[in-house]
Design a protein around this ligand. Sequence first.
Ligand code: UDP
Length: 239
Amino acid sequence: MPSPKYKRILLKLSGEALNGGDKTQVIDFSILDQYAQEIRRVYDAGVQIAIVIGGGNIFRGASVEKSGIDRVQGDHMGMLATVINGMAVQSSLEKHGMYTRLMSAIKMEQVCEPLIRRRAIRHLEKSRIVIFGAGTGNPYFTTDTTASLRAIESEAEVVLKGTRVDGVYTADPEKDPTATKYDSLTFDEALSKNLKIMDLTAFALCKENNVPIIVFDMNKSGNLYDIVMGGSAGTLVSS
Ligand code: UDP
């Protein structure tokens, strides 16, 4: 069996990926099932996997400011949404025979473990998939920033940002048909070209700590495995 390029990865999935863009439902369980199968291949290859899941399919703090809900309250609601998604991902991974732990940055011990960095690393070493819920635990941040932070804290070698597009483009490929894809970029190039890969805090954390980011299409079967084995799917952003 070929050996993987990465021993430990941090996979970031957006909340919206879980409803497949269909706003009439919160979670499309067939998508979860498909993701679990993709993750299983990487798990079977012996890769240690940490996951950060967003909450945008349920709630975004900033979206309710106009309705009079305070931003901090809204952000806490958004963070709780990521725990709901984390529970769904956890169940789906377990259904597919993987060992998992859900850890939350906001304590809710009846539901999941509190986030303790050393314990998270221990779980990873024991090949349990660690799902980091409740974002950073702080308002005004995003789950992209959470992904960078948890990757650094848990000593993951790479952030794999699963999206609906197969990498970073010169312009939005869903709007501009002439947009072309980058195979690789440096952090500085991405910043100078103002390419929206992750929010600036998330991006700065990866840049400063020398953690590469690979943006790839999570919906294309085999892509995640290919990347982990050293393949060239997606766009690599590195120093
Ligand atoms: N959030 C937060 N702090 C964090 C992470 C998330 O306050 O550290 C809140 C914020 O309101 C955000 C929501 O949780 O809008 C859901 O996260 P995000 O928008 O990043 O999810 P995604 O876009 O990946 O689905």
